[in-house]
Ligand binder design. Structure first.
Ligand SMILES: Nc1ncnc2c1ncn2[C@@H]1O[C@H](COP(=O)(O)OP(=O)(O)O)[C@@H](O)[C@H]1O
Ligand SMILES: O=C(O)C1=C[C@@H](OP(=O)(O)O)[C@@H](O)[C@H](O)C1
Ligand SMILES: [Mg+2]
Length: 161
């Protein structure tokens, strides 16, 4: 959360001349409810079920850049689905994450004590991000444009003619 997946994903797609898609946006569009409302009204487990399905559909039909929600890789079968794909892990440190999204109402998992919550989530997830990623790109001290360029360099990608 806050590493810039949704922001940089759009820029990267533009640079590559391919479509961009975000599974959180797909869930909101399909269910007509914001992510925070789904968490509060239905609970995290319900949201994770929708997310698992949204990732499946997007990976099957989308050809372009796909941004996932930060918790999508908690699901074993989602990690299996991502194996072999050019997955990018955008990293950042806790202080920068809190600056970007601390106490952000759209992110229910950070709504209370964001610094501690973010640190705990990362301690639990870091090994999963590393497991699924083909490349890791640090986003601290980089603009979204610089992050997009760093991804292109790391994956050795360029726009097709
Ligand atoms: N490299 C960056 N430097 C500074 N702010 C950023 C950067 N990338 C994203 N942001 C800002 O951080 C917030 C979270 O970005 P977002 O793309 O929604 O992250 P994610 O999808 O990983 O949670 C947004 O306000 C966005 O403008
Ligand atoms: O890390 C998480 O568990 C979550 C990350 C969010 O997406 P971003 O990573 O795009 O903020 C969103 O899916 C939801 O609030 C849960
Ligand atoms: Mg996002």
């Amino acid at each position: 959360m806050g590493s810039g997946k949704s922001t940089v994903g759009g820029l990267l797609a533009e640079r590559l001349g391919v479509p961009y898609r975000d599974t959180d946006a797909d869930i909101v569009a399909a269910h007509g409810r914001e992510i925070a409302d789904l968490f509060v009204d239905e609970g995290e487990a319900y949201f994770r079920g929708l997310e698992k399905q949204a990732v499946r559909v997007a990976v099957a039909e989308h050809r372009g850049v796909l941004a996932l929600g930060g918790g999508a890789i908690l699901d074993d079968s989602t990690r299996e689905l991502l194996a072999g794909l050019p997955v990018v892990y955008l990293s950042l440190d806790v202080e920068e994450a809190v600056r970007r999204v601390g106490l952000n109402q759209a992110r229910p998992l950070l709504a209370v004590n964001p610094r501690r919550q973010w640190r705990e989530l990362m301690d639990a997830r870091r090994h999963l991000y590393t497991e699924v990623a083909r490349v890791v790109v640090a986003t601290d001290d980089r603009t979204p444009e610089e992050v997009a360029q760093a991804i292109l360099d790391a994956l050795k990608l360029e726009k097709q003619a």
